[in-house]
Design a protein around this ligand. Structure first.
Ligand code: TYM
Length: 332
């Protein structure tokens, strides 16, 4: 079985629709066909200051949401990044192989650091993509299911895998991004020129999966669209409507052409009302299952402990190989 690995930050409490449609939805599909590793990336989360208790709570909450969205610990490995120390160990080696200039060109770093200013930007935020490289290479992943915003980090991972292999001999699998075109980028409901994101979106622009359905319905109904009335998929001229059609289409499995036909002659209001209902129906069982997992933290922690054990078995083997290739003297 080919292997996949991916991760999600525990930063934000609730997952949003972009996280789900862009990434997590694919994760549960891939567990059927791939040897799959999925993690909550708490090490990445602290690149921006985090309250310790919130970080702990949000890590469990993220794990609960992963299980609620269909990841089955018997069919894939779900774990917490900090439970596997090999991530930080391999990251150091990769830092020594990554150019300062090439790390400086990462657009997510440039965006985040320019907002914060140099003195408030941590070195960890700068090396963030290198830790991500280690995450991926440790598992010899063939594919990395993510949204479009992570493509550059996966490309950098490929470059570094090739560089390491070139310098030290074949060691790492060179991974490919796995990005579904239709859902690669889910847009902000208030500003369909930017992606839906915790850091950039206003509360009205973002659909949180754990919100009450009526809160999300209100946001969908006030989503920014164009002044035309025709329901047609056209990302350039009608980005707002196209985004709603994408969400509708992926949640229901209905093709875009079919939706255009269904809403032919109807106004934006009808589409928004029905999409609100669809989102509401989708989130109801998701929210209930998340609450069930959270209600039994001991069971949840046991799932994560077992996941960490499975992950470490793979990660430690890769790290030992990398240490040897680099020329570290084995500890007697
Ligand atoms: P994170 O936590 O920001 O996001 C988790 C996943 O959700 C995707 N995503 C989106 N997809 C489509 N449209 C959107 N509006 C949208 N917003 C978010 C992201 O692309 C991501 O796939 N650096 C990563 C976490 C990470 C990782 C890894 C991923 C750490 N190590 C190793 C893959 C492999 C991140 O911050 O994702």
């Amino acid at each position: 079985r080919p292997r996949v690995l991916s991760g999600i930050q525990p930063t934000s409490g609730s997952f949003h629709l972009g996280n789900y449609l862009g990434a997590v939805r694919q994760w549960s599909a891939l567990q059927e066909t791939h040897d799959a590793f999925y993690m909550v990336v708490d090490l990445h989360a602290i690149t921006i200051p985090k309250d310790p208790q919130e970080l702990r709570d949000n890590t469990r909450l993220a794990a609960a949401q992963l299980l609620a969205s269909g990841l089955d610990p018997d069919r894939c490995t779900v774990f917490v990044q900090s439970h596997v120390p090999e991530h930080t160990q391999l990251s150091w080696i990769m830092e020594c192989l990554t150019g300062f200039g090439e790390a400086s060109r990462m657009t997510q770093f440039k965006d985040k650091s320019s907002k914060q200013g140099a003195d408030r930007t941590s070195v960890g935020l700068f090396t963030y993509p290198v830790l991500q490289i280690a995450d991926i290479l440790l598992y010899q992943a063939n594919q990395v299911p993510v949204g479009e915003d992570q493509r550059q980090h996966v490309e950098l991972t490929r470059d570094l895998a090739l560089r390491f292999n070139g310098r030290y001999g074949a060691t790492f699998t060179v991974p490919e991004p796995y990005i579904l075109k239709e859902t690669a980028k889910i847009y902000d409901l208030q500003d369909p020129a930017i992606k839906m994101s915790k850091s950039a979106s206003t509360p009205k622009g973002i659909i949180n999966l754990l919100d009450e359905p009526k809160v999300s319905a209100k946001k969908i109904k006030s989503a920014v669209t164009d002044t035309d009335t025709v329901i047609r998929f056209d990302e350039d001229k009608k980005p707002g409507i196209s985004n709603l059609l994408t969400i509708y289409s992926t949640l229901t499995g209905t093709g875009i052409a079919e939706l255009e036909q269904k809403y032919d002659g109807k106004g934006y209001g009808a589409l928004k009302t029905e999409l609100s209902e669809i989102v509401g129906e989708w989130v109801a069982p998701f929210r209930a299952r998340t609450q069930e997992y959270l209600a039994d933290p001991a069971a949840l922690d046991a799932v994560l402990a077992k996941g960490a054990e499975k992950a470490r078995a793979v990660a430690s083997e890769t790290l030992a190989l990398a240490y040897d290739r680099v020329g570290f003297l084995p500890a007697a």
